[in-house]
Design a protein around this ligand. Sequence first.
Ligand code: NAP
Length: 252
Amino acid sequence: MSKDVYIITGGSRGIGASICRKLAAPGRVIVVNYAGNEAAAAQTVAEIEAAGGTAVAVQGDVQNEADVLHLFAEADKLGRLAGLVNNAGVVDLSQRVDEMSLERLTRMFSINVIGAFLCAREAVKRMSTKHGGSGGVIVNLGSAASKIGSPGQYVDYAASKGAIDTMTVGLALEVADEGIRVNGVRPGIIDTDIHASGGIPDRVAQLQSRLPMKRAGSADEVADAILWLLSDQSSYTTGAILDVSGGRAILP
Ligand code: NAP
């Protein structure tokens, strides 16, 4: 019997790696996508295999259409695409909007928004009953930043995640009767490398006391919510956006 394949973009580290580890199970193949950190991707694959699961690492920059096509072509060889998690995402150094270069803005929106669209497009082509598929699930990673706007830090990132929320709702309705569920998760402050890549390695420590639960979340806590959205336990949930933020930014 054909295996269920799950593509996790940015599965090499942080939240994505946790999703990959938790999702691995008999009958499933986890495609661990990564951009450049081959060692981290290999580590995630090794951890899954050590636990008896099946995983494959596939390099690919989600903003590059040829890379996305290659990623999905590799997944096609492994079985039936059952799920996609649009998890790959980047922040940038703290800047005001009046300082942001075109290069920065292009990178931000290319990876965080266009990358998610390209992957969603390829997933729908394979999953939709309209195209002869047998359904599937897509989960998109937004951010609490989309509600806060992140002034003085990265309004571009916050806006890119706002676009993801809108895409989640629109795509969910577009394919609701084609066997595909599309949902989003909006994490709050989660303890991963992303803060260091934005130039603030101690961001979690800085913000901790101001968070409702007085602590950051873990990658595993976000992954657990995503696992539920990927599972049949959420079979009547589509177009939903779940705040996994420990209470941060829960008001509209
Ligand atoms: P992270 O620890 O920085 O990991 C980022 C992952 O994305 C890595 O696996 C990285 O691959 C991959 N990646 C980056 N650019 C890519 C590209 N162009 N193509 C393919 N893969 C790419 O991030 P994280 O904290 O786990 O965040 C995961 C998602 O949650 C992101 O969408 C982020 O915006 C969102 N989020 C995070 C937080 C938080 O506080 N951590 C809060 C809200 C939302 P390499 O290992 O190869 O570099």
